[in-house]
Design a protein around this ligand. Structure first.
Ligand SMILES: Cc1cc2nc3c(=O)[nH]c(=O)nc-3n(C[C@H](O)[C@H](O)[C@H](O)COP(=O)(O)OP(=O)(O)OC[C@H]3O[C@@H](n4cnc5c(N)ncnc54)[C@H](O)[C@@H]3O)c2cc1C
Length: 457
């Protein structure tokens, strides 16, 4: 922790920000007070039972750390094959040259809370009736209580002509992948020199950090301005949605930014495939007139492409009968989760959180920071034989980087109302701000590794 903050200090000093100001900003962001008071120690329970956590990402490790603190005799097994813990919000900053790749990950061993039985394996099925999970290599593992936190599955195969492995071919890129983010940064630098047509897309399913495709588009635009080559590129943003952003408090400014930067927004368009040899992206324009849906195919030439693949709950969630089977969240089988208590709607000994959860909010680690205390307290109540009483209000945050140096920090709840938690945002949260850039680039990463994952923030 000390080491990391010293690194941050050095970075701040290089950027001309004094240590005093940096400390003030940390206090404002609630980082230091949280570490200082160790508020998370407040609860103490003698509840007993074997807890199995599926997934050791943002949600799984944070839950393990909280439960470890709050239970007097914790019995926690965490199943996850990954040896590395990635701070995925940093992928956008790798793709824009702000972070080096090695700055966004740590060894999973160093993030795992002490005393957790970590099984390095993949879960392939859950039997929620007999309370057991099946793993790829370690057979069946029984549980009394299950925490479902395996994140989401990126369905690369749903974009024809390109795979996760071939990212970068035909200058088609995607920052939702660690290697992909690195290739994107090289490509943006080349693109700013050669110029041409840049196309950016999101996708029609819920996807993690809905802001990421918008951020990389705006960052490319600003990068070319910084390089003095803006007139050589023309950029287009394609969204599968009927609007660019759906949080009314923040949307007007975002639309203005796209207009000011001369980046047209094309609505209701999906990516079908990429012809990397011809550098053409195959799109589908969806229109609904009088309840009749029409699909018009389009082919666009590009010189640089950033696309977003469709995403869903991992297959084992659907196959194990844990996903929604009706409603808007059924197609991708997001876990059937009560949006307030985070308890599974069908199985009361399963808690779901993080990207896998089928709840109507954005899939971000910021949301998980607020979900974890609710999920952990409710799980403990259930273990104690009480009803889960804590409620999550749908808080999510998406720091939309609008340029090198400013961020539109979108924080909102289930009602799409602003839910502002960072005090310096009081300046005018509906506009992009330099302070939010410092938060994004210098504070959120240490907050993740040393706050959230330690069960403190
Ligand atoms: C490019 C990009 C930009 C982003 N920007 C932001 C941002 O600015 N702000 C923000 O708040 N969030 C951002 N996010 C989103 C954020 O990273 C995710 O919402 C968050 O990591 C989700 O946490 P999770 O624990 O649900 O899933 P993850 O952190 O993805 O962890 C899932 C874990 O489950 C494990 N797992 C998967 N399947 C299995 C299985 N079958 N068995 C066992 N283990 C399994 C995986 O190995 C992994 O360790 C961004 C993400 C990306 C990719």
């Amino acid at each position: 922790m000390k080491h990391e903050f010293e690194d941050q200090w050095r970075a701040f000093e290089k950027a001309g920000i004094s240590r005093r100001r940096f400390m003030k900003m940390l206090v404002a962001a609630g980082v230091l007070t949280t570490f200082g008071t160790q508020e998370a120690k407040a609860l103490s329970s003698n509840a007993k039972g074997k807890i199995v956590i599926i997934g050791g990402g943002a949600a799984g490790i944070s839950m393990a750390a909280r439960l470890k603190k709050w239970l007097n005799t914790p019995d926690i097994t965490l199943i996850d094959p990954s040896e590395k813990q990635f701070y995925q919000p940093g992928f956008t900053l790798i793709a824009s040259g702000v972070y080096k790749p090695d700055e966004v990950w740590k060894k999973q061993d160093d993030c795992m809370p002490d005393g957790i039985n970590w099984i390095k394996d993949n879960v392939v099925a859950v039997d929620p009736v007999w309370n057991q999970v099946t793993t790829a290599k370690n057979g069946k593992i029984a549980y009394d209580f299950l925490v479902l936190a395996p994140g989401l599955q990126i369905n690369w195969d749903k974009v024809e002509g390109i795979t996760q492995k071939t990212l970068g071919e035909g200058n088609a890129h995607c920052i939702y992948d660690f290697e992909g983010a690195q290739k994107t940064w090289k490509a943006i630098q080349d693109f700013s020199k050669t110029g041409g047509h840049g196309i950016y897309t999101d996708t029609y399913t819920k996807h993690k950090c809905g802001g990421a495709p918008k951020k990389i588009c705006l960052l490319t635009e600003h990068y070319t301005r910084k390089q003095g080559t803006r007139e050589k590129v023309n950029l287009d943003f394609y969204t599968a949605s009927k609007e660019l952003y759906d949080v009314p408090y923040f949307t007007p400014r975002l639309l203005d930014i796209y207009e000011e930067r001369n980046i047209p927004i094309n609505l209701n368009v999906r990516v079908k495939g990429v012809d990397t040899a011809r550098k053409q992206v195959h799109l589908e324009k969806i229109a609904t007139v009088n309840d009749q849906k029409t699909v018009t195919p389009l082919i666009e030439d590009y010189d640089f492409l950033h696309f977003t693949p469709p995403m869903s709950a991992p297959d084992f969630v659907r196959d194990s009968g844990l996903g929604w089977t009706e409603g808007k969240l059924a197609a991708e089988s997001w876990a059937m989760t009560n949006k307030e208590t985070l308890v599974h709607e069908k199985y009361p000994n399963i808690i779901c959180l993080g990207d896998v959860a089928g709840i109507p909010t954005s899939k971000t680690s910021a949301a998980i920071r607020k979900q974890v205390p609710v999920a952990a307290k409710n799980l403990i109540s259930i273990m104690e034989g009480k009803a889960p009483a804590e409620k999550y209000n749908g808080y999510a945050a998406c720091p939309i980087i609008t340029d090198y140096g400013r961020v539109l920090l979108c924080e909102f709840d289930y009602n799409k109302e602003p839910d502002l938690t960072f005090p310096f945002n009081l300046l005018d949260a509906s506009q992009e701000q330099a302070a939010a850039w410092w938060l994004k680039v210098y504070m959120l990463k240490p907050m993740y590794f040393y706050g959230m994952l330690k069960g403190l923030a």
